[in-house]
Design a protein around this ligand. Structure first.
Ligand SMILES: Nc1ncnc2c1ncn2[C@@H]1O[C@H](COP(=O)(O)OP(=O)(O)OP(=O)(O)O)[C@@H](O)[C@H]1O
Length: 268
């Protein structure tokens, strides 16, 4: 596929729960190598959309294409195999395990030696275990987590735990990384650190990122492309400047806090 082919394309996607229409006839395209933010008021359907992209929810209508390949029956296992990795709104780590062991769990799909080979410590399993560990250590270094690599996750600050979650998602070497509010609950310094790391991941590893974030200042500074949802409909799609001038987007944010709306209008 050429670089002009979007990495991810959704066409005519609709999802409902009972009578509640959560996503309505949505078309979006995410280009290779971009940071694309999904924003919108609470309940707009942002997390549901990530759940569709990584196969947790099956849309009732519509077509999903990844790098030109139509995904007819999309499931989380397939998404992982195709290089889609994600983090969740609430931390989903093995809290009693070390940072290194948590990151290693992100490499499960990269294991090819069998359990008997591991149990018998056969050479192929040993070589593979060494390689897995080296890859995990590389990600830990990339995200500046070395001082805590042997720390038990539950002893770390919330900001560091979110970083471990990012490390675990990256350990799978995804081409598409889905981040569901990676900065929620962080203080301003932690948010800045996380934003910098996401930019480094995007630029240095070449990972395409789709991120849900409520902090409009961070979104405006970080995104190449912004998609705005409201009641499951797309009401904005463009660069930060285009979104800032979109009357429908501004109107949707009128119901939000004044601070959020001002940030949307004034951030550069
Ligand atoms: N599994 C489900 N069953 C029923 N309703 C659901 C389910 N998942 C999501 N919803 C509903 O779909 C709507 C959209 O929810 P979603 O979490 O996708 O919104 P969101 O934009 O991510 O919101 P927030 O910013 O508050 O996280 C909400 O009304 C929610 O209650």
């Amino acid at each position: 596929m050429t670089q002009q082919t979007p990495l991810l394309k959704l066409e005519g996607i609709s999802l409902a729960f009972g009578g509640l229409q959560v996503i309505q006839d949505l078309d979006i395209a995410v280009a290779h190598g971009e940071i694309c933010s999904l924003i919108g008021p609470n309940g707009a359907g942002k997390s549901s959309l990530l759940n569709i992209i990584n196969g947790i929810y099956q849309p009732h209508r519509g077509k999903i294409t990844l790098d030109g390949q139509h995904l007819k029956s999309h499931r989380p296992q397939l998404a992982a195999k195709l290089g889609i990795s994600r983090t969740f709104q609430n931390l989903a780590l093995f809290k009693k395990m070390s940072v290194l062991d948590n990151v290693l769990t992100g490499r499960t799909l990269k294991i090819s030696a069998t359990w008997p080979e591991y149990l018998l410590r056969l050479p192929r399993a040993k070589r593979e275990a060494d390689a897995q560990r080296q890859s995990a250590e590389k990600i830990i270094a990339f995200l500046h987590l070395e001082p805590w690599r042997h720390s038990i996750v539950s002893t770390l600050s919330y900001g560091l735990q979110k970083r471990v979650e990012l490390a675990r998602a990256l350990a799978a070497e995804p081409s598409l990384l889905l981040l569901d509010e990676p900065m929620a609950g962080m203080n301003s310094d932690e948010k800045q650190d996380m934003a910098r790391l996401i930019r480094d991941v995007n630029r240095e590893l070449g990972t395409t990122v789709v991120i849900i974030e409520h902090d409009i200042g961070v979104v405006m500074a970080l995104s190449d492309h912004i998609i705005v949802l409201d009641y499951g409909r797309k009401i904005g799609d463009g660069t930060a400047d285009e979104i800032r001038q979109n009357p429908e987007v501004l109107a949707a944010y009128l119901g939000q806090s004044t601070v959020e709306k001002q940030q949307l209008e004034t951030r550069h």
